[in-house]
Ligand binder design. Structure first.
Ligand code: 13P
Length: 258
């Protein structure tokens, strides 16, 4: 039984809104976006974070410096360093201003064959290197229709967080992104809430109440300025992971202002 929620845990917490730019924006475009966003940042009632493509991270970080906008990456190597052609390490990312990293996004699982085990290694690496892990989980339409949503989500969390202690999970963020909702139509607030509650309950069973209550659980999948408000009203939806509605700065500002 859950007796509290992230939002109401001790002090009222701000919603966490993460932009996932995916494979969009050059350095110059990122710089321009972040400057415009930062001019609104003080009046924004949310913790705003941007997951930029590798090549745009340095420019985005520079533009965000001195503001409360955090910059992160969309992927990271599970290895510290070594002969891993094409990989980018946590240390490299930290040096250019990365504060958090998206791990296990369904596009990486589906198109680049990432397994729960690789994702687990990446989460562990992020924890060791002091980068905040944002673990993405979500079910397919088929899994939902056969009533397996809760089971799929808890299995992904179990496998991707195996061996980590509640201390390790202090900075964890969970992003629930139903695969059928990405780039299509958002889950209803009630369906999303039910899935978030399953996640929160699993965190509590496995790592205790403190971890369950301090972990923001974000919803992702066709979030836009029109549906964000209803989603955030749900007791266990602590923020959003936003794809296409994060690409245009005016739309994104409208979204984060609620
Ligand atoms: P959309 O907001 O474009 O549906 O993308 C969601 C997503 O995958 C964010 O990580």
């Amino acid at each position: 039984m859950i007796i509290g929620s992230y939002k109401k845990n001790m002090v009222e917490k701000k919603a966490v809104i993460i932009a996932n730019w995916k494979m969009h924006k050059t350095s110059r475009e990122a710089d321009d976006f972040v400057r415009k966003l930062a001019s609104h940042a003080r009046s924004i009632p949310a913790q705003v974070m941007i997951a930029a493509p590798f090549t745009a991270i340095a420019a985005a970080s520079m533009a965000a410096s001195g503001t409360n906008v955090l910059i992160g990456a969309q992927n990271m190597s599970p290895f510290a360093e070594g002969p891993y052609t094409g990989e980018v390490s946590a240390r490299m990312l930290r040096e250019i201003g990365v504060r958090f990293v998206l791990l296990g996004h369904s596009e990486r699982r589906r198109l680049f064959f990432e397994t729960n085990e690789t994702i687990r290694q990446k989460v562990e690496r992020a924890v060791v290197e002091g980068i905040q892990p944002v673990l993405c989980i979500g079910e397919t339409l088929e899994e939902r229709e056969s009533g397996k949503t809760g089971q799929v989500l808890t299995e992904q969390m179990r496998a991707c967080l195996e061996g980590l202690s509640s201390e390790d999970l202090r900075t964890l963020v969970i992003a629930y992104e139903p695969i059928w909702a990405i780039g299509k139509v958002a889950a209803t607030p009630e369906a999303a809430e039910a899935a978030h509650l399953d996640c929160r309950q699993f965190l509590q069973e496995k790592w205790g109440e403190e971890t369950a209550l301090q972990t923001p659980i974000l919803y992702g999948g066709s979030v836009n300025p029109k549906n964000i408000k209803e989603l955030l009203k749900q007791p266990n939806i602590d923020g959003a992971l936003v794809g296409h509605a994060s690409l245009d700065v005016e739309t994104f500002v409208q979204l984060i202002k609620g």
